[in-house]
Design a protein around this ligand. Sequence first.
Ligand SMILES: C[S@@+](CC[C@H](N)C(=O)[O-])C[C@H]1O[C@@H](n2cnc3c(N)ncnc32)[C@H](O)[C@@H]1O
Length: 439
Amino acid sequence: MFGINNAIDKALNAYEKGEYEKSYALCCELLKSDSQNTCVLITIGNIFYMQNKYAEAVKYYEKAIDVDSKNYSALINLANSCYEIKQFSKAIRYAKIASEIYPKEKLSYTIMGNSYSELEGYEASINCFMKALSIDPYDAWLYNYISQSYQKNGNYKASLKNAWKAVQLGSEIENAHHINLGYLFYEIGTEKGLDSIKECVALWYKNYGQNPIVSYMCKALVGSKKVSQAEQEYVEDIFDIFAPDFESVLASLDYQAPRLIEEMLSNIYQQQRGEKLRILDLGCGTGLCGKFLQKYAKPKGLEGVDLSAKMLEEAERKKVYYNLVQEDINSYLTQNTKLYDLMVSSDVFTYFGRLDELFENINKNLENNGRLIFSISENNQDKNNYTLHPSGRFLHNINYVKNMLEKNGFQMEKTAHEKLRNEGEKKVMGYIISAKKIS
Ligand SMILES: C[S@@+](CC[C@H](N)C(=O)[O-])C[C@H]1O[C@@H](n2cnc3c(N)ncnc32)[C@H](O)[C@@H]1O
């Protein structure tokens, strides 16, 4: 008995230290003599969970429940894993059993709430979050979730009230609550007109304007003309939050920019049979461009730079980039000493208003006759060179882009006027541009 406990302790110890392979091996050894040991089964489930292998985790939590149907840890972890693999009804079923075992534990209600919300059962989801709030009335995330359920249900007033509460209760580093509030303002402004949110935005700015993310979002919402680039902290935070769902959300918006860039690339380089390139993907994100850039790149010749660590984690998984760097594009380019044959940038310059510094830096890092192929969103709002849209994205005038390219040693080679993606019922139009370095 002492021997088994000692072995379980070792496996748990290794798990706690993040030594998952070692812990897994010890657990498997233990299962040989006691295949019904719930602690070991749950630990294996946890090992898979921590490595984002949720379907595998589910199998082991289910085995633990077969042995002990009232095991709270197995049930709650199983509910969480089912949620992660989008088996929402199953997640609700197990979270409900867990809530009956520990009715004073908010997590089971939170999982149920989020699962109902995914199934578009917004009333049920709000009820579950309310139950969780009755256990912990100071949980900012619960207010955030309630706000999102009300928003999806079209009840903007209740959504705003709860989003505001989340902001008030959230710690200073929890920018996610501010971002949620900002997007809510954007959605209401788009639907009911920006005047309808003016006062609320002013209040938000008055209370939290020292936070760079709030300051940037407020400036975008009121159409400030003084901003020339998105705040780095804003870009980092929104894309860190967005990263796990980026590709599925963008697919649902019929995101075309990478495909259009690929098309232009293949038109240009079809002549150059066999000659491989050193390529830099500027703002590579999750690596949607990397997938097709690989075939044009020299061995070890494809690199990416991006501000968001979480987007880069997704890109890393594609195993197509030789090198990925987490940095602002301009600071990377000012320190880099290598020269590239091609730089590509898909849906990234929309976070820059002014383009002169960017184009100057790109030029310095390109070989003679090297190319820059990129997308921009079209400024169809006013006659300005660029304008900051309430969404926090910049729209550019094509003549301004051309001038900036020419001023910085490029010749605009090809342009294609295209739909880049949808936003609601509208098309977001823009340009795919190829520019060649001539001086
Ligand atoms: C809309 S995503 C596009 C990602 C990818 N290029 C694609 O088409 O799927 C914009 C990306 O640009 C990155 N980004 C924006 N501004 C940046 C900057 N100043 N420096 C580095 N990356 C930036 C963001 O972090 C984000 O990953």
